[in-house]
Design a protein around this ligand. Structure first.
Ligand SMILES: [Zn+2]
Ligand SMILES: [Zn+2]
Length: 356
């Protein structure tokens, strides 16, 4: 059975607890439209990733069968610990590449597009990264780690990262030295100058310390969450493709093959010669994206989100037995529902802009 079926209720419970604790402390760390969008993005990614997971498993098993070098004793806990540490090392490079190569940033940016930071942000996962990420884990297959070890440590690595998306847990002393924690992951989600391209680890922060990408949270400068080119949308489909379209526009308007290639493979902050740099980022001046939406529209959003999750759970339960055509139409129907709600929430803004 797909383990994500269990992740969904646990994550929702954790979100409920975080909301309750925040309210008791008088803190506002959630905004409805933002959190619903995060959950919708998570649901969309699960639909797509479930369809794409077959490719990941297929490629791993091909390499493992043909080139797997060693036999591993899966009854020995050290096998699992070593696999987790190695997986996390490769995750560091997947994640770092996802920030420092524009093409891969186009896939990962959705995770950073929320301007809030809470447990729902953890579920804002990319639907488009699966096509390249598997390549980074090929060394595990070459080392001969069995499929069940690979899939289990991948799952542990991902699930570990849920709890670090919270503002309610402060610094954790000695754990900050070697683990990814809420504090150092808050830095990762910041757009302040000192936060950019920092803290890529999944479970362990040691890789960041080894490769010079570690930064501690600063008390004198609160983290401003989000990205420098804001998404400004509640649409989970658009969130997954927006940066690809920006990249395409940049390629079209840039002259020369070298520059066009740089648009794809340089870092997201690279600018073609002659382009005007973005104005300096001033944390105090940053305004979070919002749109007016009447109560009924917000209620409809919550209802659609819940319905989408219910359909997803059903899909995850039956996906294995579905013919590819049916699985695709399932996903297409869910994606269509999200397009509608994304459009609805955006609508007052569109109307406002039209009247301006
Ligand atoms: Zn990231
Ligand atoms: Zn994160």
């Amino acid at each position: 059975m797909n383990p994500f079926i269990f992740v969904i209720p646990v994550a929702l419970l954790m979100i409920g607890i975080e909301l309750w604790v925040a309210r008791r402390r008088g803190l506002q760390v959630y905004r409805l439209k933002d959190s619903i969008t995060s959950l919708n993005v998570g649901t969309v990614s699960q639909f797509v990733i479930t369809l794409g997971a077959g490719m990941n498993i297929f490629m791993y098993s091909v390499v493992l069968d043909k080139f797997g070098a060693f036999e591993w004793d899966t009854s020995n806990p050290l096998t699992w610990i070593l696999a987790l540490v190695l997986y996390d090392f490769f995750y560091y490079w997947v994640h770092r590449t996802g920030h420092e190569v524009n093409l891969f940033w186009a896939a990962h940016v959705i995770h950073h597009s929320s301007e809030e930071f809470n447990l729902s942000t953890a579920l804002r996962q990319s639907a488009t990264g699966f096509y390249f990420k598997w390549v980074f884990y090929v060394p595990l297959a070459l080392l001969g780690f069995p499929m069940k070890v690979y899939l289990t440590v991948a799952f542990i690595d991902l699930v570990y990262q849920i709890w670090v998306h919270t503002q309610l847990v402060g610094r954790l002393g000695v754990l900050e030295w070697f683990l990814v924690t809420p504090s150092n992951h808050r830095v990762h989600h910041g757009q302040n100058e000192y936060c950019l391209d920092k803290n890529y680890g999944g479970v362990f922060s040691i890789w960041d310390r080894m490769f010079g990408t570690y930064a501690d949270e600063r008390e004198d400068e609160p983290v401003v969450y989000g990205v420098r080119k804001p998404l400004q949308s509640w649409n989970p489909i658009w969130g997954n493709v927006q940066h690809y379209t920006l990249m395409w526009q940049q390629i079209r308007s840039t002259t020369g093959w070298r520059n066009k290639l740089m648009c794809v493979f340089a870092g997201p902050s690279w600018l073609p010669p002659g382009a005007t740099p973005a104005p300096e980022f001033v944390p105090e001046k940053f305004e979070r994206f919002d749109t007016p939406a009447p109560g009924w529209m917000q209620g409809l959003g919550v209802f659609t989100c819940g319905l989408g999750m219910a359909v997803l759970v059903h899909f995850l339960l039956v996906a294995k037995n579905l013919a590819p055509g049916k699985a695709l139409s399932y996903s297409a129907a869910a994606l269509l529902a999200y397009l509608v709600i994304g459009w609805l929430w955006q609508r007052p803004r569109v109307l406002e802009a039209a009247h301006a």
